[in-house]
Design a protein around this ligand. Sequence first.
Ligand code: ZN
Ligand code: ZN
Length: 397
Amino acid sequence: MKKAILLIIDGLGDLPTPKTPLQAAKIPNLHKLATDGVTGMLAPVSRFVVPGSDTSHLNILGYDPEVYYPGRGPLEALGLGITLQEGDVAFRANFATVKDGKIIDRRAGRIDTATATKLAERLSIRVDHVQAIFRNSVEHRGVLVLRGPGLSHLVSGTDSHSPSGELEPCTALAPEAEKTADIVNKYTEFISGLLSSAPENKGREKPANIVLLRGAGTYAKVPGFSERFALKAACVAGGALYRGIARYLGMDVFVVPGATGTKDTDLKAKANAAVKAIEGEYDLVFVHVKGCDNAGHDGDFTAKKAFLERIDKEMIPILSKSGASLIVTGDHSTPCSRKAHSGHEVPILVYNDIERRDDVGRFDEIACPHGGLGHIDGKDIIPLILNLIEKAEKYGS
Ligand code: ZN
Ligand code: ZN
C-alpha cells in the first residue's frame, strides 16, 4: 500500500533522570517497529531551536513557518470549526475574573465548559462596522474572530502577565492597526458589561467578567496540501490547534468521539479512525496525540511514561497492521525536568515491510541517534514520506 500514517506524539522527547520516559516505559511494540524499521533523530524546526507546537507542526507538514505561520489565533479558530474569511483577525481568548481593574484569576474560577458555552453565546456582536465572532472551546478557553474591512493583527494582547495583574488595553503595534486596537477595546468594555450582568455569573465567587485576548493573527488562504504535494491527506486529532492546522493546510479532519486532546483520550478510537481513512481515499493520515506534552509540562514523569505505554498498547498494534508505512515521531521535547519545551531532537522511526533497516532495536533518545536516518529536520519529513510511498517527482531527467 503506497500510503503513510504519520503519528506525532506531542512533547515526545525528554532528558534522562537517569532514564527518559521512553527508556523507562514498557513499549515492546514501538521497539519492534524500531527493530524492523529505520530510526533517527528529528530536529522538528531546526537544530536546537525550541519549537512551539504550532510552528513545529507546520514545518513537519511541509509549510515553512517563516512563510506560512498565521499566528495562533487563526489556527485555533479553524480548529473550533469557524470558517475564516481572507483578512479575518483571530485571537486566542480566555474567560477571566477582574476585580478593581486587576486580573485576579486567569481561568475565571476554573469555569466549566457548559457555563462558558452559555456565556459565549452572548459575545458575538457587532462593534462599529466589524462583526465579532466568539466561540468557546474547553473550560475557560475560546477564540475571538473580528471580521470587517481594514483590520490588522499588529496589536498587543490584553493580558500583560505583569506581576501587578493590571488589565492592559489593546494597543496598536503599527499605525495601520489603530482602528483594530480601538475595536478590541470597545468590544472588551462592552462585553465586560454583558458578562457582569449575565445570570450565569450570579453567585460565582470568581465571575467570568472579562475576556483576555492574545495571539492575534490574520487569516490568509494558503495553497493546500493536495495542491502542493499531490497527496490527499486527513487528520485525526483531539486538540483544536491540531485540527486547525490541518484545516489551514486543506486536510480533511476526522472528529473522533472520545478524542479529547488530553491524556484521557480514546487512543484506540483514534487509531481505528486513522486506519479507516488510510483504507479509504487518503494517501496520508496525520495522527496527533497530546498526553505526553501535558505530562511534560506538569513535570510528571510517571504520567508521561504511562501515556507512552498506552500509545504502545492501544495504538501501535492497530496502526502497524494497516499496511501503510508508519512514521512515529514528536513535534519537540518537553522534558519533565524542565516542565517546558526544549530544543533537543526527538526520536523518529519509519517502518514498512520493504524499507531499509538499521541496527537500532529500541525507540528512545539514546538508541535512535545511532539509526540509519541520522539527524534530520522537520522540512525533511514530507520528502521522506513522498519517497517512501513512491510519490516523489524526479529531480532532473
Ligand atoms: Zn507540541
Ligand atoms: Zn507543550
